[in-house]
Design a protein around this ligand. Structure first.
Ligand code: NAD
Ligand code: HP7
Length: 313
């Protein structure tokens, strides 16, 4: 049984990590969040220590390490806002633990280089949550593409609309310096997935970028992709919106829909199973997606000509 600590325990995604720690037969020994709305811990680990100050949390983790306690932390799970991830990963590794960090791993590619140095210095590992890589439909599509001839190029349309209320832009998620903006905070999932399925990134053009919407064109070794991402309910197609649907996720490959909207719920547990079996995705696995989102953030907006997503019309 491995011991876990969790940073960002009061947030939206933390319970999925608590479930994953529990479902894989491990223990949460300590948690940190400056927000103390963390009663959810009792549903999973009623004996876990909880801290609202980093310094006290650090002292506790360090004591467990120095005293070789049977609660010495093996993994630190990181569910804090995106711009804090690199600092929290450094804390994990320096505490002689491995890290399991939420996406996006970091906001800029050069942060990965700094973390590689700390991995080397400490001999510990950074693992990341790239949960679409363990989605059965995505794994099957990747396998199919890998078995095709090397010069195959697919035509892909990716439409990813996941509505958010007004709170989103008022929170750290709406602050580009903290979240990277929506193409980084939400888009990173599918940019990583596209690279995972279709290989090396060859072109990256941005057609639209605002606080609530982004769109562009990406070319990979094996695909030409028109993409559209929005958190605005108005972008959910009317037929689905009329049925009360607030999310619309679609990938078509050569006009054929890949069914991947279902099966999103236990992907954190699947990711933990892989990490615990020593098959976690590490720093270098994240580089292409982090480079992609960093370029999108700094790109000049291209005119609407050529391969732009049809939802932009
Ligand atoms: P959230 O705002 O709901 O939660 C973040 C928590 O971190 C808050 O409770 C906040 O108080 C706490 N926090 C802030 N600064 C901290 C600090 N210095 N030390 C400790 N805790 C601190 O956000 P969320 O939606 O839970 O997102 C958390 C992370 O998970 C982000 O990196 C986000 O991108 C990622 N996420 C991933 C998925 C996914 O599908 N894999 C889904 C949602 C969020
Ligand atoms: N929701 C909340 O109540 N609070 C939140 O903070 C977020 C959502 P989905 P996930 O918005 O930051 C996606 O779209 O898949 C509500 C991204 N992940 O299924 O869990 C929401 O209003 C993730 O990387 O959300 O998370 C819905 O009612 C990104 O950080 C419901 O939860 C996160 O949005 C479910 O919403 C975000 C993927 O797209 C895989």
């Amino acid at each position: 049984m491995k011991n876990f600590a969790l940073i960002g325990a009061a947030g939206y995604i933390a319970p999925r990590h608590m479930q994953a720690i529990k479902a894989t037969g491990n223990d949460l020994v300590a948690a940190l969040d400056m927000n103390d709305s963390v009663g959810i811990i009792d549903s999973h680990f009623p004996d876990a220590e909880f801290f609202t100050e980093f310094e006290r949390f650090d002292r506790h983790i360090d004591k467990l390490r120095r005293t070789k306690s049977n609660q010495k932390v093996d993994f630190v799970s990181i569910c804090s806002p995106n711009y804090l991830h690199d600092s929290h990963m450094r804390f994990a590794l320096r505490s002689e633990a491995d890290a399991i960090c939420e996406k996006p791993l970091v906001l800029n590619p050069w942060n990965i280089d700094g973390l590689l140095d700390i991995e080397k210095d400490t001999g510990r590992k950074v693992n990341t949550i790239l949960q679409l890589r363990v989605h059965p439909a995505i794994m099957a599509l990747r396998e199919k593409v890998q078995n095709e001839s090397k010069d195959t190029k697919h035509e892909v349309d990716l439409t990813y609309i996941t509505s958010r209320g007004h709170w989103y832009l008022q929170s750290w998620k709406g602050d580009e310096k903290k979240s990277g903006g929506i193409a980084t905070n939400i888009g990173v999932h599918f940019f990583d997935m596209l690279h995972f399925i279709f290989g090396k990134l060859q072109a990256n053009i941005v057609h639209h970028s605002s606080d609530t919407k982004a769109a562009g064109y990406l070319e990979y070794e094996h695909a030409r992709v028109r993409w559209f991402l929005s958190i605005n309910i108005e972008d959910v197609p009317a037929a689905q919106r009329d049925k009360g649907q607030r999310t619309f996720r679609s990938i078509t490959v050569d006009g054929e829909e890949i069914e991947f909207s279902g099966g999103f719920t236990d992907l954190h547990t699947r990711s933990y199973e892989e990490i615990l079996a020593g098959r976690g995705y590490g720093l270098e696995d994240n580089r292409t997606a982090i480079e992609t989102v960093a370029s999108i953030r700094h790109a000049a907006i291209a005119p609407l000509s050529g391969d732009f997503h049809p939802f932009l019309k």
